[in-house]
Design a protein around this ligand. Sequence first.
Ligand code: PLP
Length: 356
Amino acid sequence: MPRPLHATIRGGALRHNLGVARRHAAGAEIWAVVKANGYGHGLERTVRALGEADGFAMLDFQEAARLRSAGVRKPILLLEGIFQPADVPALCELDLTPVIHSAEQLAMLGAARLDRPLDVYLKINTGMNRLGLPVGDVRAAWNTLAAHPGVRSVTLMTHFADADGREGVAEQLACFERAAQGLQAARCVANSAALLRYPEARGDWVRPGIMLYGCSPFPDQDAVVLGLQPAMTLSSEIIGVQRLRRGDRVGYGFTYAAKSDTTLGVVACGYGDGYPRHAPTGTPVLVAGQRATTVGRVSMDLLCVDLTAVPAARVGTPVTLWGDGLSADEVAAHAGTVSYQLLCGLAPRVPVVEAP
Ligand SMILES: *Cc1c(COP(=O)(O)O)cnc(C)c1O
């Protein structure tokens, strides 16, 4: 028998969430962000389910090539653009849309002859100080690109640092609008958080990622309230039961001691599968659909749960680590991280089951 741990990916949930994004997009076109192997859901599988998107955004030339081989004809946006001059021919060959975010990239593109006209994104640093040209350099860069015979169109983009947080987007959006003023170009600014919360940050294209997978970008608003459905459910079973007496301890480091006589379920799932090792005692899990909590340290292949709330549980009882009925957002919050990391950290050893 195979180990009972597996991830179920629901194509219907991906499609549903794309519909939610579509409603918020108010006519803007949608780049479905499928970087990091479709946030851990599998690149080809995700793109197939999100076939109604207007394009796909990712990082990697090889992944883009895989999509082209799989017959994907829609635009593909490379969020980090090119890394070396030799990448330019591949852009043309695969018909990719690069983000140009630095003077170095601009020079590489400028020095190249393009065999095929390219659409290009010009990324502006509006305050996040990660990727993007300084506001003062935008006009010159735009002129350079507009004058390049191989460049078909230039879209202006930026990325928000705190669309999911207290600051929101106002300051960066104002900065973007100043930088873009007078330039006849399409615009692309919104990630999931901006798409869901800031209708003023729309433009011509939007770039939702996490919401498509059914998780919330916001620490203070959960996915159900946003109308999203989890696309990934990580499921396993109890494979061992221990009867603890008060004071008995559990797991590596003996970090947990039973406060009373307790039945303990041992679940086939650990950090080697992508479950967060830092999830402390008290992290929620579903056992036979009922909420229970982890106890002790998560180990590589196993974790332990207190079965007090589920007295009927035994070996073979199903366990949900996250997904249907228990959001990855909630599990992530207990572990001091975000659902993004849980989803894209799903280990390759975990078998994936596709569901409608
Ligand atoms: C990852 C990414 C997105 C998507 O962000 P979500 O928070 O997952 O919606 C959008 N734009 C850029 C530039 C990104 O790197």
